[in-house]
Design a protein around this ligand. Sequence first.
Ligand code: GLU
Length: 304
Amino acid sequence: MDYQQVIENIYQEILPYAKEGKQATYIPELAKVNPDQFGMCINTIYGESASIESADTRFSIQSISKVFSLAMCLSIKGDELWKRVGKEPSGTKFNSLVQLELEQGIPRNPFLNSGAIVMADILLSTLANPEEDFLNFVRAVSGNNTIDYNREVAASERENGYLNAAIVNLLKYNKNIDNEIERVLQFYFLMCSVEMSCRELSLAFLAFANHRRKFDYAGITLTASQVKRMNAIMQTCGFYDEAGEFAYLVGLPGKSGVGGGIVAIYPLQYSVAVWSPRLNAKGNSVMGLKALELLTSETKESIF
Ligand code: GLU
């Protein structure tokens, strides 16, 4: 498959959508990003690579970081993790309080903010140097030591993170947070602030695309079966309350973030990342979604 040609054609086809949607502004630092950017990069497990436009521009990965924290928590806790967080799609907004209250502080899945906040708490309780260890893992899985947090983004989110503060309080009230809530919130926001490019994300996610390769990065190990299950959670829960739509239109497991990034994998074949800051009403990148829909339609490659 000539992926370079495929994505060049796709880029032309999605240009009419370039002004659709709006970037996230509830995190003031994200509002400063030029919304009119697009990047895309595919890496196959055989070492082929194709990229286009701003594939090397770093952006805020935001909720995509939840895949990395899930890998760490699964490695550390194994199935014990599921006592504190579920693995069912929510059908609700990523920062909703309603379901969390009804379900007595057990988040539906690890990719909701509530689920990721519980995972931040677990990492704080189990790692010697959580901030350093998380970054080391992301760097190791990406094969790139220059990846870093953006502390301004994290601080900007903390200053305005009223809803996430409500979530951590509700979790703590239900005894699903062990650490001090301010510490948990700050670590959660810091993990969300990691910046990576499409190329870097796509290379990092090859570790999930190729579950037959040994998963062992900076001391974080997963079995092939655990990697396969992470992909299942990406498939059912990776796209906010649009996971069904993503499965329908694209048909690949993946994860999106409010920075406008989406990363998806075609197991045992490739990993693809797209980025464009303008989001639809559900919080997913408009051009990113369209590009991935066209990718799996035009190549006729999807898990379905
Ligand atoms: N840091 C963001 C928040 O907590 C992440 C949201 C996202 O990317 O879905 O609201």
